[in-house]
Design a protein around this ligand. Structure first.
Ligand code: BDR
Ligand code: CA
Length: 314
């Protein structure tokens, strides 16, 4: 079992990433930390608690982190995820608490306490992770790797070349990619292959209980915004791809490359400049995802959700 900490901004696809991380036996989910991104920190934290309540995840600490990017004002994605950050289904009162510790301090403590290095899986802006590496530089040696959802080898989704998570806090991304910690980047070029077709929605619905219909409703709302904003016939399930890469690396094919973050670009702020052909002569600083085995990815995801659901029944 690979010990992981999921740092997220739920968010429809983050919600499914939480469930995959909690339900799959290949990873040991030590904590869930939240960051401002898709919505404000109070909303992303409430959403993490809602998802854990729904999924019956009561034994994983949830800690709130940074409420804004390192140096810039926050830009949220209400157009994609709604005013709540998790629009679509109705949620009851959350039954899991948020711990009093700041996310960065919780991650620091867990890195110190855990007997082996821990994998960090950020699926929102990289603010918390950059703050951790800045505040506690010695922690780099305790991190096995950082497997993140963000960036793209191709075009962006919030600018011509910028992907949302990197765009919101490019200074944080630059710190993470420059940290020397092994980084794996799962960008839009692969997550756009994880399409939640009507067949996938039907498989989610079939899970039954509360879990199945709520997952299906989440994906139906997500489908409506992706159709409206980008004309997608089915929405891409970005964040679970990063979790899947940790669960079974063979699901996500990667190549070594140098990645530079465009922090001040006149037209390209937040772009990930992925040097796939080594033009710049810089040594690789990341593994960059270039392929996804989508059928096996969805089988693994549905299997994890079935296990979560079975845990609720027993
Ligand atoms: C990323 O941005 C967010 O809207 C999603 O949750 C995902 O992490 C995709 O660009
Ligand atoms: Ca996210």
């Amino acid at each position: 079992m690979t010990p992981i900490i999921l740092d997220c901004d739920p968010g429809h696809d983050d919600a499914i990433a939480i469930m995959l991380a909690a339900g799959d036996p290949a990873v040991d989910l030590l904590a869930i930390t939240t960051v401002a991104g898709n919505q404000t920190l109070d909303k992303t934290t409430l959403n993490a608690r809602r998802v854990c309540t729904l999924a019956g995840v009561h034994d994983v600490p949830i800690a709130a982190g940074c409420a804004r990017p390192l140096t810039r004002p926050l830009q949220v994605a209400a157009d994609v995820h709604g005013e709540s950050g998790l629009d679509g289904p109705r949620f009851g009162e959350p039954a899991v608490p948020v711990v009093g510790e700041h996310a960065v301090d919780l991650v620091h403590r867990l890195l110190q306490e855990h007997p082996e290095p821990v994998t960090l899986v950020p699926t929102g802006p990289l603010t918390n992770i950059a703050l951790l590496l800045t505040r506690y530089p010695g922690d780099a040696a305790r991190i096995r790797e950082i497997v993140l959802m963000g960036g793209s080898t191709e075009r962006g989704n919030v600018g011509p070349y910028a992907e949302f998570n990197i765009f919101v806090d490019p200074e944080a991304a630059a710190i993470v990619f420059g940290s020397g910690v092994p980084v794996t980047m799962c960008g839009l070029n692969v997550t756009h292959q994880a399409l939640v077709t009507p067949e996938v929605v039907a498989r989610l619905e079939d899970l039954g209980g509360d879990l199945g219909p709520v997952c299906a409703e989440l994906m139906t709302f997500f489908a409506s915004t992706y159709k409206k904003l980008w004309g997608f016939e089915a929405p891409p399930l970005h964040d679970p791809v990063a979790v899947a890469r940790v669960i079974d690396p063979a699901l996500v094919e990667c190549v070594d490359a140098h990645v530079a973050i465009e922090v001040v670009g006149a037209h390209t702020r937040g772009a990930t400049c992925v040097d796939l052909h080594g033009y710049l002569g810089e040594p690789p600083n990341a593994k960059v995802a270039v392929g996804l085995d989508a059928p096996r990815f969805f089988d693994r995801l549905v299997g994890a959700l079935e296990d979560l659901r079975a845990g609720q029944v027993s």
